[in-house]
Design a protein around this ligand. Structure first.
Ligand SMILES: [Zn+2]
Length: 291
C-alpha cells in the first residue's frame, strides 16, 4: 500500500455533507495537520455538482481571516466513480452484507477505490446512527493514531466485512447533534452549516424537502437546514399524502414512477454528454492549499 503524502497528512472522504465536513473542520481546528480530502464524482447522482460547489465554498470560507485553524485544508483529489475498476471478489462480499440488511451502495465502490488507490487509512465518516454502523458494531476496535484515535476493523471478524479493512472510522461514537454541540463550542458551526445533504437539489441551490436526507434532517432535529422551499415542499407532500384516499394514491403511483424514470433518464443522458473537458471545468479541480 502507498504511504500517505507525509507523516502529518490525514486522508478523508469528503462528500460535502455534515459528518465528513465536521471531521475535516475538527481536524484543522484541533491539530497541526494537513487534511487531504477525496471526492468521488458519481454522475448518476443529482447532487454531485452541488456537493463539489459546497466543498469549494467551505474551503474558501475556512481561508477567511475570522477563522483561525491550526491545520491546513487542501483542495480535494477528485476521482470518477466510473473509473474505479471492477473487483468481483469485493463486490461479492458487499452483496453478502447487503443480503443481511440495508447498506449504502457507497460502501461498495468506496472500498474498491481505496484498495485500488492504495489509500489505506482513508477516513470514512459514519456516525452513531448510520445504517452502516450496525454492520460494524462489535467488529471494530479503537486504535490510537495521528492526530486522533480512530476505529478500525478488529482482527478475525466476519470475512465479508474485510472489504472495510483499509478504512478508518473516526466518528462512530458521535451523533449529528453532538457534532453540532462540538462545532458550536469550537467556533466553526457557521462553516459546518454550509455543508450539503439533499440528494435532489433545486436551483439556487435549495433543498427538495422530499428526498430521504431531507426527511431524515427533520427527523433528526436538523429541520432548520431545509430552508423555506424545502419546508414548503416537505409539508405540502406530507399533507397531500395524508389527505389523499388510498385508492387515489394507488392510481397516481404509476404516474409518479413514470415521472421518476423520465427524470432519471434525463440525468443519465446529461451525464453521458459530459466529457473530460466539462469535468476539468469544475472549480474544485484547482490544486494546492487555500491559504
Ligand atoms: Zn432533498
Amino acid at each position: 500500500m502507498a504511504a500517505p503524502e507525509s507523516g502529518n497528512t490525514v486522508n478523508v472522504l469528503w462528500t460535502g455533507g455534515w459528518d465528513s465536513t465536521f471531521r475535516v473542520l475538527s481536524l484543522i481546528s484541533d491539530h497541526d495537520c494537513i487534511v487531504q480530502p477525496h471526492y468521488i464524482i458519481d454522475r448518476k447522482r443529482w447532487s454531485w455538482k452541488t456537493e463539489l460547489a459546497t466543498i469549494d465554498r467551505i474551503i474558501e470560507r475556512c481561508a477567511q481571516p475570522d477563522h483561525v485553524f491550526k491545520g491546513q485544508l487542501l483542495r480535494p483529489k477528485v476521482e470518477e466513480r466510473d473509473a474505479i475498476a471492477d473487483d468481483p471478489e469485493m463486490t461479492a462480499k458487499f452483496q453478502e452484507l447487503l443480503s443481511r440488511a440495508h447498506l449504502g451502495s457507497q460502501g461498495e465502490w468506496l472500498t474498491r477505490f481505496v484498495k485500488q488507490k492504495g489509500l489505506r487509512g482513508l477516513q470514512f465518516c459514519i456516525h452513531r446512527n448510520d445504517a452502516t454502523r450496525s454492520f460494524l458494531a462489535g467488529q471494530v476496535r479503537e486504535r490510537p493514531g495521528f492526530p486522533t484515535s480512530v476505529y478500525v476493523l478488529a482482527e478475525g471478524v466476519d470475512p465479508a466485512l474485510s472489504i472495510f479493512e483499509d478504512l478508518e472510522f473516526p466518528l462512530l461514537d458521535l451523533t449529528k447533534q453532538e457534532m453540532r454541540e462540538i462545532a458550536t463550542r469550537k467556533g466553526f458551526l457557521d462553516i459546518l452549516e454550509l455543508s450539503w445533504f439533499c440528494h435532489r437539489p433545486l436551483r439556487g441551490p435549495a433543498t427538495c424537502g422530499t428526498c430521504t436526507p431531507c426527511i431524515d434532517a427533520i427527523a433528526q432535529g436538523m429541520g432548520h437546514r431545509l430552508g423555506w422551499r424545502g419546508h414548503l415542499r416537505y409539508h405540502t407532500l406530507r399533507h397531500l399524502k395524508a389527505a389523499l384516499p388510498e385508492d387515489v394514491k394507488r392510481l397516481l403511483r404509476p404516474a409518479v414512477q413514470v415521472l421518476r424514470r423520465s427524470q432519471r433518464a434525463k440525468l443519465l443522458s446529461s451525464a453521458k454528454r459530459l466529457d473530460n473537458r466539462d469535468a476539468a471545468a469544475i472549480p474544485i479541480e484547482r490544486k494546492g492549499a487555500p491559504r
